[in-house]
Design a binder for this molecule. Structure first.
Ligand code: AP5
Ligand code: MG
Length: 222
């Protein structure tokens, strides 16, 4: 899942993971979990995230590579936010080739910069699970300030401050476009218009991975 900060990668990856029965592996969520647990890795990466910069490739690749050795990853995963440099994309290709696999589809969610700012500044996330994501206008929780899923308080992410949002765009978009080119060159890039409502984006993404838009368990309309 590729896209600028705020494009909707986390929102859509969680839905796709549920629909396709695959784990949602988000590099940003893995880093935030390390920071929360106070691990050495968490201490190392916090300054990069606070500055809106990318975490160095060697650290990021090692963390994701380790996650992909977990048994639940055997049949595939939805990667969110990784790779986001050409070096990471090449490392992922090698990692997967060793297991006899490859990137089946690179899904690029394309969103206008003005819309990205609105999304990030109105975002609230669960304090327990950072992949429970809300927006004060587009996806408000049922009870203000409380996560619908686990009842934990909602918080704003540290890197959603205006000046950090600007830094994330400036520092992270150029390498992301190199990753987009990497997958275009390999013929697996799918670009989806991300300015649409969430449901429409989900349907477009499911179409890209040849999955039915309606879950098998849902009843046909009367
Ligand atoms: P990460 O957590 O990956 O942040 P990001 O890429 O900046 O992306 P976001 O999580 O902010 O946005 P999103 O695309 O997931 O959007 P969301 O679904 O939440 O990374 C954080 C940091 O970790 C990085 O800055 C970097 O320091 C480090 N890092 C992570 N991975 C790294 C890597 N590979 N290499 C190096 N460093 C790395 O949606 C946003 C909002 O919009 C929500 O409020 C949502 O409700 C709303 N929304 C979603 N879709 C729609 C829609 N269709 N219409 C209206 N609103 C919508
Ligand atoms: Mg995210």
């Amino acid at each position: 899942m590729l896209g600028a900060p705020g494009a909707g990668k986390g929102t859509q990856a969680a839905l796709l993971a549920e629909r396709l029965g695959m784990p949602h592996v988000a590099s940003g969520d893995l880093f935030r979990d390390h920071i929360k647990r106070g691990t050495d890795l968490g201490k190392k990466v916090k300054k990069f995230m606070d500055a809106g910069a990318l975490v160095p490739d060697d650290v990021t690749i090692a963390m994701v590579s380790d996650r992909l050795t977990q048994p639940d990853s055997k049949e595939g995963v939805i990667l969110d936010g990784f790779p986001r440099t050409r070096a990471q994309a090449e490392a992922l290709d090698k990692m997967l080739a060793k297991k006899g696999g490859s990137v089946a589809a690179a899904l690029y969610i394309d969103v206008d910069r003005e819309e990205l700012i609105k999304r990030l500044s109105g975002r609230w996330v669960c304090s327990e699970q950072s992949d429970h994501v809300y927006h004060e206008v587009a996806k408000p929780p049922k009870t203000a300030g409380i996560c619908d899923i686990d009842g934990a308080p909602l918080i704003q992410r540290d890197d959603d401050k205006a000046e950090t949002i600007r830094a994330r765009m400036e520092k992270q978009l150029p390498p992301m476009f190199e990753v987009v080119d990497h997958y275009a060159d390999r013929g697996v890039l799918n670009t989806v218009e991300g300015d649409k409502p969430m449901d429409a984006v989900t349907i477009a993404l499911l179409h890209c991975v040849n999955a039915p838009a309606v879950s098998r368990s849902s009843k046909p309309a009367a």
